[in-house]
Design a protein around this ligand. Structure first.
Ligand SMILES: [Fe+2]
Length: 384
């Protein structure tokens, strides 16, 4: 039996942020970072004139449990009927954590259990508004929290975290710098390819993934260069990233993400870069289980009848990484052999322990985790 497919109400297109005027709740908590607060704070206050609005703008990149708990305490005092998370993945993940801490009462953040229903909607509604185009966090039941004591990034999930509504207004992404456009866009592509290659997909997630992959290959390089100020190009990438988010939120990811989480946690590499640098190696490693899926992906890119679909898809991803001027190996991330060696056991441990390793199409042994890391460090094609 497969899981039901969950999709929030989606408002999309230029100007869709205005839809917030139609939400009638009287007490509204906005969760964001200081940059987005400056950018849209006045606009949001204008939408909610005559109602009580509180802005919690302490979101930071790689959000820590302490900030999420602080936001939960703010919500418990303020008692919002509507919680809005606006920003990148960190803001949306923090909003989800606050929504959980406020909505369910006495549990701690790390008590969150994907098997339990919390009925969070009884206390408030959640609306998520991405201002980057990539994480897909607006659609997923999960969030990533960095533990302040260990530095480890941990994934938590509850289906109650899927919001009531998502707003996709590409106007919010026009000011994204190139580096952020590339990193978040590559996260979206990695997610779409991992979801399309995974064991838990279905016809619906496949349809979403294949379209997202096609659009991202075509428009991400344009959005990173000459099309950066073209709102229709931005809209294509913004929607494709969110479409991939619906897909992987309903089907899961794989080891490009578990390896990437470990790299990000240990070396503070931006998430999209840490997962995309692993993607070609993971495509090659998953070959024995994923050939059919790779053929489908290549077909949607109008590439038919190649002898080695895994090698072709991996090389297409590498070509895209080159075009976008991002690293093709872990060494190219600027990690010295000494730092690499010193942190190697931690990287292996964290990767083995990541829940996404368990749902990868090909389960790697500990020895294979070590080898994949070494090959990816050196930039060698996987041959095992
Ligand atoms: Fe991701």
């Amino acid at each position: 039996m497969s899981l039901p497919i969950r999709i929030p109400v989606i408002y999309q297109g230029v100007g869709s942020l205005e839809q917030l005027r139609n939400f009638k709740q009287k007490r509204i908590l906005i969760v964001t970072d200081k940059t987005i607060h400056q950018m849209v704070g006045d606009k949001l206050s204008d939408y909610f004139q005559g109602r009580e609005v509180k802005i919690f703008d302490e979101v930071e990149p790689d959000p820590k449990n302490t900030i999420m708990i602080k936001g939960g305490d703010v919500a418990r005092k303020f008692k919002p009927e509507l919680i809005i998370g606006i920003g990148g993945g960190s803001a949306m993940d923090t909003a989800k954590a606050i929504y959980f801490l406020y909505g369910q009462g006495s549990l701690k953040l790390y008590d969150m259990n994907v098997m339990i229903e919390y009925n969070l909607k009884e206390k408030s509604n959640l609306v998520l508004i991405p201002t980057t185009s990539g994480t897909g966090a607006e659609h997923t039941p999960g969030l990533v929290v960095t533990n302040t004591e260990t530095g480890q990034k941990v994934s938590l999930a509850s289906f109650d975290l899927i919001p009531s509504a998502v707003i996709l207004d590409p106007a919010l992404t026009l000011n994204m710098p190139k580096k952020l456009t590339v990193a978040t866009g590559l996260d979206a592509l990695t997610q779409a390819i991992e979801s399309a290659s995974g064991k838990m997909g279905n016809d619906f997630t496949k349809a979403l993934n294949l379209y997202a992959i096609k659009i991202l290959f075509k428009y991400l390089p344009v959005a990173a260069e000459e099309g950066a100020s073209d709102i229709s190009v931005r809209g294509k990438v913004h929607n494709a990233a969110s479409i991939a988010g619906i897909a992987f939120g309903n089907s899961g990811l794989g080891i490009a993400h578990s390896f990437g989480h470990a790299l990000g946690g240990v070396f503070h590499v931006p998430h999209g870069i840490s997962v995309s640098v692993m993607l070609p190696y993971v495509i090659e490693f998953n070959k024995p289980e994923c050939e059919d899926k790779y053929v489908e992906i290549l077909e949607c890119l109008n590439i038919i009848g190649v002898k080695d679909p895994s090698a072709k898809l991996s090389s297409m991803v590498k070509d895209l990484l080159k075009k976008l001027n991002t690293p093709l190996s872990i060494k190219e991330l600027g990690i010295s052999p000494k730092d690499w060696e010193q942190n190697f056991e931690k990287l292996v441990d964290w990767t083995k322990g990541d829940i996404l390793t368990l749902i990868n199409p090909r389960m790697p042994s500990e020895e294979q985790v070590r080898k994949i890391f070494q090959y990816a460090y050196e930039g060698k094609t996987i041959d095992f």
